[in-house]
Design a protein around this ligand. Sequence first.
Ligand SMILES: [Cu+2]
Length: 117
Amino acid sequence: MALTGAAAVAAAPALAVAATSSVGKTRNVSVNDNYYGPSKLTVHVGDTVNWRWSEQETDVHDVALKTGPKGVKKFASEPLAAGETFKRKLTRAGTYKIICTFHEEEMKMTITVKKRP
Ligand SMILES: [Cu+2]
């Protein structure tokens, strides 16, 4: 009896995940002292980029969209520190130039978002 109940509870979230998981992957980028890793990334429309502030970094950094494809609103994270994350789903194809507003000269990355085949 208890087993049947647990199975029913477990089935509901699984269905919810299946409904949304066809729309893209999550790609991880590390935020370090004055660089993103990697600094160049290619993803597909609908993928999510997850920036993670590495445990080794000691300074505060952020993730800000400097330029993006037409129609994409600028976005920026809060200034964050070790262990924190910021994610963004990229829904338009094109080139996204990302900067850290504290270290703009050296700390930047380019994300190329391609149409799904
Ligand atoms: Cu920075």
